[in-house]
Design a protein around this ligand. Structure first.
Ligand code: ZN
Ligand code: ZN
Length: 288
């Protein structure tokens, strides 16, 4: 099996090209970045030389996969017409930007139904995705729907919902899924136990296509299983514990995929450094 590519979310402060040396300092094999401010709607234009500079820095590095995380304000199931339109417009433009930068995947949370009910919400998510992807068939960047912790009226806290959306669009090659270990656990998947991990993988195989999962966020959880609360912890410091991350990095389902940390990075990024060391140790161990 090809090993998974281990890495972390890295800052692109000061320009996207600067994410690469930050990744190399931690020996990241994969990274996640923001291609715009994640807390604002506005897409400020990229400076002219930024795209080339990013391509050059990436090509000269050991980083083997780059994913991006979309703007947090986006709600593909918004009941407010103006927010829905803004969400579609912003996500579409972010996807265009990722494609220009040669980024493999753009990860987005499906959205919140805000009282309209999960069925109506999921139908709207599917419509939004169709709207965005139909006019972008030529792009190489994939859009990935991320599993969520299920707080409030958030959609996407189980694989059945995500599978339903993929089916609704006819499972196009440019649409996939990003798993997040903290979110899955908070949403009620008991992946801290071997039995719960196996049940999850059975559900991945049943609900999603074998190659629908294109990225995994590796985060421990501050809150217990089923809490529906989204607070990331460093690996082994939370309620999931370190062992399940060993099952994950040796699981052939995730062979060759970017597995990225979104844990607290801490002072001088000591948190990420330690989490990555632990993951590399786990990956080097024989599976079992
Ligand atoms: Zn996310
Ligand atoms: Zn989270």
């Amino acid at each position: 099996m090809r090993p998974p590519l281990l890495g972390a979310h890295v800052s692109a402060a000061g320009g996207l090209r600067r994410a690469i040396p930050r990744a190399e300092e931690l020996t990241c094999e994969a990274i996640q970045v923001f291609v715009k401010s994640p807390h604002q709607w506005a897409l400020r234009p990229l400076p002219g030389d930024e795209v080339d500079a990013f391509h050059r820095a990436l090509a000269a590095s050991e980083v083997g996969a780059v994913v991006a995380h979309a703007t947090y304000l986006i709600n593909l199931a918004a009941t407010d017409a103006e927010i829905l339109e803004r969400s579609r417009e912003t996500l579409g433009r972010e996807l265009d930007r990722c494609d220009l930068l040669g980024i493999d995947s753009l990860i987005v949370h499906p959205g919140s139904h805000r009282g309209a009910g999960p069925e109506a919400g999921l139908r709207l998510v599917a419509e939004s995705l169709e709207h965005i992807l139909d006019r972008r068939q030529q792009l190489r960047t994939r859009l990935l729907l991320e599993t969520t912790a299920g707080q409030g009226t958030t959609l996407g806290s189980d694989l059945e919902q995500l599978g339903w959306v993929l089916d609704r669009l006819g499972r196009p090659a440019n649409l996939g899924v990003c798993l997040d270990t903290c979110h899955l656990f908070a949403a009620g998947y008991p992946i801290h136990e071997k039995r719960g991990y196996s049940a999850l993988t059975t559900e991945i195989d049943r609900r999603l296509d074998a190659d629908a999962v294109r990225c995994v966020h590796l985060n421990d959880s501050r809150h217990p299983c089923g809490s529906a609360r989204d607070r990331h912890a460093n690996l082994g410091d939370g309620e999931i514990g370190i062992e399940p991350f060993g099952w994950l990095v040796s699981d052939p389902r995730f062979s060759g995929l970017p597995l990225v940390l979104e844990t607290p990075s801490g002072e001088n990024r000591a948190g990420h450094r330690r989490d990555l060391e632990r993951l590399r140790e786990l990956r080097a161990r024989p599976a079992g």
